[in-house]
Design a binder for this molecule. Structure first.
Ligand code: AR6
Length: 180
């Protein structure tokens, strides 16, 4: 089973396309200019319609490691949380920034009192973060969040490729071993 239970929160993995997911918030792998692009970002703006980009323009920018909130246009979710991963360059700081992008998105959702959130694998496409390391960071940040006080009952990682799903499954196994 691709799930890990931490207190009242379930961390789950599922294959698929995040634009089709029914979670209260989905997370976008955005860039610091909130300018749109390819990958998940392109898919979310295409499926969600122009209102999301209008809101992004009003917000203007988001620092790397940060996250900002918009509505979700025509998507089945209520909100899109645009999180900005680092462009991978092998610096120790890259790990901190990726952790911060996940952590900030989780905090934004929790402040809104949301119960469900879905993430793609941030940073592991155009930004080049190695998937195995990124999956460990994603799951340990979710686990750390769930160990604190949170409104989130379900944190789902929606994995678009076999490679992403396999890496997150292996990382979930490692996170489960360290559960106690
Ligand atoms: N649903 C879920 N995951 C997806 C989807 C989808 N529909 N499409 C791709 N992925 P990327 P980044 C996976 O490049 O590395 C954009 O141009 C994909 O398999 O979307 O953070 C932005 O504007 C990959 O593992 O995001 C930025 O400029 C993962 O999503 C830049 O790319 C992330 O790949 C951000 O790069």
């Amino acid at each position: 089973m691709d799930e890990l239970r931490i207190g009242a929160t379930t961390i789950a993995l599922e294959p698929g396309d995040i634009t089709r997911v029914h979670a209260e918030a989905i997370v976008n792998a955005a860039n610091a200019h909130l300018a749109g692009g390819g990958g998940v970002d392109g898919a979310i703006h295409r499926a969600g319609g122009p209102s999301i980009m209008e809101e992004c323009r009003r917000i203007g920018a988001c620092k790397t490691g940060g996250a900002v909130l918009t509505g979700a246009g025509n998507l089945p979710s209520r909100y899109v949380i645009h999180a900005v991963a680092p462009r991978y360059a092998g610096r120790p700081r890259d790990g901190e920034l990726l952790r911060s992008a996940y952590g900030t998105a989780l905090d934004v959702a929790c402040k809104l009192g949301l119960r469900t959130i879905a993430f793609p694998s941030l940073g592991t496409g155009a930004y080049g973060y190695p998937i195995d390391e990124a999956a460990d960071i994603a799951l340990s940040t979710a686990r750390g969040h769930a160990l604190g006080e949170t409104t989130l009952e379900r944190i789902t990682f929606v994995l678009f490729s076999e490679r992403d799903l396999a890496a997150f499954r292996a990382a979930l196994g490692r996170a489960s071993v360290h559960k106690g």
